[in-house]
Design a protein around this ligand. Structure first.
Ligand SMILES: CC(C)(COP(=O)(O)OP(=O)(O)OC[C@H]1O[C@@H](n2cnc3c(N)ncnc32)[C@H](O)[C@@H]1OP(=O)(O)O)[C@@H](O)C(=O)NCCC(=O)NCCS
Length: 284
């Protein structure tokens, strides 16, 4: 049972906290924790909340901003000696209040379907499951000259209504993944992606393809399928992405065995770290 009366302190991580944060990650998850690979940039982004008890670091979680204005939570870690004492619930309360003060109306996160403790902690904190997904990815080179596939032109906004009714969005309850987080589709957001030149549509397939950004040490582009059959659409995605050179290409598909098999046949492998993700949301 959580003990809400334990006095805890909270503040944003500073570069000088890196060693203690790394120790917490190793103790909470192990030496393979992905957070260790992106720790310095995470701290530099000034969204990593640390919880202290009498000067001892006992827990953490990170808050990012999604392109649709929602907040994205990740990296929840509580030291094994401090589990089930309400550290995560304390963090959730503080981060929600912080988000509300900054006009963030919803917070989202995902957790693996096998992480029952984390799922229980989300539910206890009032987060509701909104969709299920799995991440697939592949590496592509740029040996051949890419076939021209241009982003949707700004004049073509009438296609957006059609995209908003896509079967992918229906399967995902209206959500799709953009970079590493999930966003809720609406016309305003699609128009923003259109202006960024990230929305592609050729009459049969529609997808979002982000420009490569360094992630986990390599250039990464994220994809969201919005319309069209998986196989042909992913082949077009690969063609379009070849224009970016040698990159790692990834997407979160709806958790559906047929879609995942079709992606595998197009050369995309299931990523074990996101084999079956449950996406949660809470209004602040
Ligand atoms: C998931 C994790 C962050 C939870 O942190 P915590 O500080 O122990 O959580 P809290 O004490 O605030 O518990 C909150 C609620 O979660 C649930 N919960 C937590 N631990 C539980 C357990 N061992 N068994 C069942 N339910 C549990 C309970 O509903 C609990 O509320 P209650 O104690 O009032 O019933 C922690 O277990 C952890 O660091 N795990 C490893 C890293 C990880 O999996 N992170 C999540 C990645 S998305």
């Amino acid at each position: 049972m959580a003990a809400p009366n334990i006095a805890l302190d909270i503040r944003i991580a500073r570069p000088s906290d890196a060693k203690l944060v790394a120790r917490l990650c190793r103790r909470a998850v192990g030496p393979g924790d992905y957070v260790l690979r992106i720790l310095s940039e995470t701290i530099a982004d000034r969204g990593l909340f640390l919880v202290w008890r009498n000067g001892e670091l006992v827990g953490m979680t990170n808050l990012d901003r999604c392109i649709d204005g929602a907040g994205w939570l990740s990296m929840a870690r509580t030291d094994p000696n401090w589990r089930r004492k309400g550290v995560t619930l304390f963090l959730q309360r503080h981060v929600i209040a912080h988000a509300r003060r900054r006009g963030i109306r919803a917070l989202r996160l995902w957790t693996l379907s096998t992480n029952t403790v984390s799922i229980k902690a989300c539910m206890k904190g009032g987060f509701k499951p909104v969709c299920e997904s799995a991440h697939v990815s592949c590496s592509i080179g740029a040996k051949r000259k890419p076939r021209q596939l241009a982003p949707l032109s700004l004049r073509a906004t009438s296609s957006l209504k059609f995209v908003l009714e896509s079967s992918y969005l229906v399967k995902m309850n209206g959500y799709f993944a953009y970079k590493w987080y999930f966003v809720k589709a609406n016309r305003e957001l699609l128009e923003k992606l259109l202006r960024k030149g990230e929305l592609y549509w050729d009459g049969k397939s529609a997808f979002i393809l982000t420009k490569p950004e360094r992630s986990f040490g390599v250039p990464y582009s994220s994809v969201a399928l919005l319309h069209g059959q998986v196989g042909p659409s992913l082949r077009k995605v690969k063609e379009a992405a070849k224009g970016f050179g040698r990159i790692w290409l990834g997407l979160y598909l709806p958790y559906d065995v047929n879609l995942l098999n079709a992606a595998r046949r197009t050369g995309f492998k299931r990523d074990p770290w996101a084999e079956h993700c449950i996406v949660f949301e809470k209004e602040t």
